[in-house]
Ligand binder design. Structure first.
Ligand SMILES: *Cc1c(COP(=O)(O)O)cnc(C)c1O
Length: 358
């Protein structure tokens, strides 16, 4: 077996252990006589998987009874719409932080639903960054404050989260479960699974139960958090196999130990940034104080070199290093499941490439 080092921003590398477990159980799940892909979402086999996935998330995030865990569909993009549909009620204002491509998309969707205040905008700045807490111009009595915990494209990450009077809402698609934080302090957290949690097709939503009650009655049931909450995310057929993969990935995180995983994530990022900073050839694109531990973005001296770098890396088994099509450059996405050896392989490739091209 020759698995490449997969630096893709998403869908992204999954733990090999989880893939192998899924392979073993694919054709016949336990003693059920069928694949989980073929099983009823109301049957006992799937029910156990569904509840394990939610329980693992609860445990890893340290959630109490006031928060519910939901598995929804439509990706983080659906949450850009669903959050304001449910929480931005008539007569209220939501504060949005525009810190880059994803923050901007969330903001644009909210503007379709209700009144929005841009609490800070550093989306066009290079080097990329997220704002400081002091910069935020918050609305007294706001419905909520929306942030993007990690800007996947720009490579900027909130290192500590702002304290807000209004409920804090965060798109954590690209750094959920990658580091310790106080999840209980958030009103709503959402994350497409395909970066840190599992395959594409399921979205994790963590919501304070009282906030799920806010949606106006005119919001269709499928888009209402409380409809999903009332049915334990079985209001309609959930993406069963994706939830199963989330159960396997979170089982893997628990086994590795979240503290070990967080340490490993920091080490991987620190090594890579040190290699970038130590060369006069590569240049990081985010401000050092808010560099992402998940998406390491950097440039080379010219676009032609960037192009060659990505192509040659690909041939060397280092895949998916191209920056997002909207910004170019190079990006190494090193999520939870990405191994340390892959980072070491990239660093030695970078040194070699530099020598050949200075
Ligand atoms: C990938 C990503 C999205 C988009 O997720 P979809 O599942 O494709 O809708 C949104 N926000 C962030 C921060 C992301 O990294």
């Amino acid at each position: 077996m020759a698995r490449a080092h997969n630096f893709s921003a998403g869908p992204a590398a999954l733990p090999v252990e989880a893939l192998e477990q899924a392979q073993r159980e694919l054709v016949e799940y336990k003693d059920s006589g069928m694949s989980l892909l073929e099983s009823s979402h109301r049957g006992k086999d799937y029910e156990a998987v569904h509840n394990e996935a939610a329980a693992n998330i609860r445990e890893l995030l340290g959630l109490g009874d006031e928060h519910a865990v939901l598995f929804l569909q439509g990706g983080a993009s659906a949450q850009f719409a669903m959050a304001p549909m449910n929480l931005l009620t008539p007569g209220t204002t939501a504060d949005y932080v525009n810190s880059g491509a994803w923050g901007a998309k969330a903001l644009k969707e909210a503007q379709l639903i209700g009144k929005v205040n841009v609490a800070a905008d550093c989306s066009k700045e290079i080097p990329t960054r997220v704002p400081t807490e002091r910069e935020l111009k918050l609305t007294p009595g706001a419905a909520y404050v929306h942030i993007t915990s990690n800007e996947t494209i720009g490579g900027a990450q909130w290192k500590t989260f702002p304290k807000t009077d209004a409920p804090l809402v965060a798109d954590m698609s690209s750094d959920i479960l990658s580091r310790p934080f106080d999840a209980g302090a958030f009103g709503l957290i959402y994350a497409g699974a395909q970066k840190n949690l599992g395959p594409a097709g399921v979205t994790l939503v963590v919501i304070r139960r009282d906030l799920a009650e806010r949606a106006p009655a005119t919001v269709p049931a499928i888009f209402r958090y409380r409809a999903h909450l009332a049915e334990n995310s079985l209001y309609n057929t959930p993406p069963c196999f994706c939830v199963y993969m989330v159960a396997l990935v979170t089982r893997w995180i628990k086994k590795m130990g979240p503290a070990n995983l967080y340490r490993r994530n920091r080490e991987k990022a620190a090594k890579l940034y040190a290699a970038i900073d130590g060369s006069g050839f590569y240049r990081g694109t985010a401000r050092p104080e808010c560099r992402s531990d998940m998406n390491v973005t950097f440039r080379l001296p010219s676009e032609a070199l960037e192009d060659r770098f990505v192509k040659e890396a690909e041939k060397a088994g280092l895949k998916g290093l191209n920056g997002h099509r909207s910004v170019g450059g190079a990006r190494a996405s090193i999520y939870n499941a990405f191994p340390v050896e892959g980072v070491d392989a990239l660093i030695s490739f970078m040194r070699d490439f530099e020598k050949r091209n200075v």
